[in-house]
Design a protein around this ligand. Structure first.
Ligand code: GRF
Length: 193
């Protein structure tokens, strides 16, 4: 089975990117062909370089920045764009250029705790404040709204009484997000056949 050529967009640590890179050795046949960051000092860029994956930094905002991203993705012959902790809103140009081919991972059970303001620790603070019994992560297609596209896959865990927003964030990242992003890519590979 031939895999997908993945272009991964990041803004920070890139631990989900790392999970994808690790899975390339045995679990998935897709390959990360490039990593794009809007932040020069994103640690995820180091992770990519450690595996000889080409990187590209686009700090320019708005249409100019998006055109640079589109060009680079096209040049790299990307067929699936993975947003893995990319903290910029994707605009129409990129959505049009990769219609139905952009996915995102979000650290909550969407549609709960998605949309404006729900990023980073804010998500987990709200989950704990509302005394939710479950939380988790979602991989979904990206469309114009924030965190609103069709859900591809979701996994949950129990929120523990002793959880703080920080522990919940870490548990979701390691126990749920990392395996989930890999599973979702595997699923999309099988859809491509
Ligand atoms: C993850 O929690 C992801 O769900 C969210 O941003 C975070 C990125 O973490 N969109 P990392 O950079 O992959 O470590």
């Amino acid at each position: 089975m031939s895999g997908l050529k993945l272009g991964v967009l990041i803004s920070g640590s890139g631990s989900n990117l790392q999970a994808i890179i690790d899975a390339m050795a045995h679990t998935i046949s897709s390959k990360v062909v490039c990593v794009i960051s809007n932040k020069e000092d994103a640690y995820g860029l180091e992770r990519a370089k450690n595996h000889n994956i080409p990187t590209y930094v686009v700090t320019e905002k708005g249409e100019i920045g998006e055109q640079q991203i589109i060009e680079y993705l096209k040049q790299s012959e990307v067929d699936l764009v993975v947003l893995a902790g990319y903290l910029r809103i994707i605009s129409t140009d990129l959505l049009e250029a990769y219609k139905g081919k952009i996915i995102n991972i979000h650290p909550s059970l969407l549609p709960k705790y998605g949309g404006k303001g729900y990023y980073g620790l804010n998500v987990h603070k709200a989950v704990i404040e509302n005394q939710e019994k479950f939380s988790g992560a979602t991989v979904h297609y990206v469309e114009e709204g924030i965190d609103t596209g069709e859900i591809i896959m979701q996994k949950q865990l129990n929120v523990l009484e002793e959880d703080t927003p920080e522990t919940l964030q870490q548990r979701i990242l390691h126990e749920i997000e990392h395996p989930l992003i890999v599973e979702a890519i595997k699923f999309l590979e099988s859809e491509k056949k």
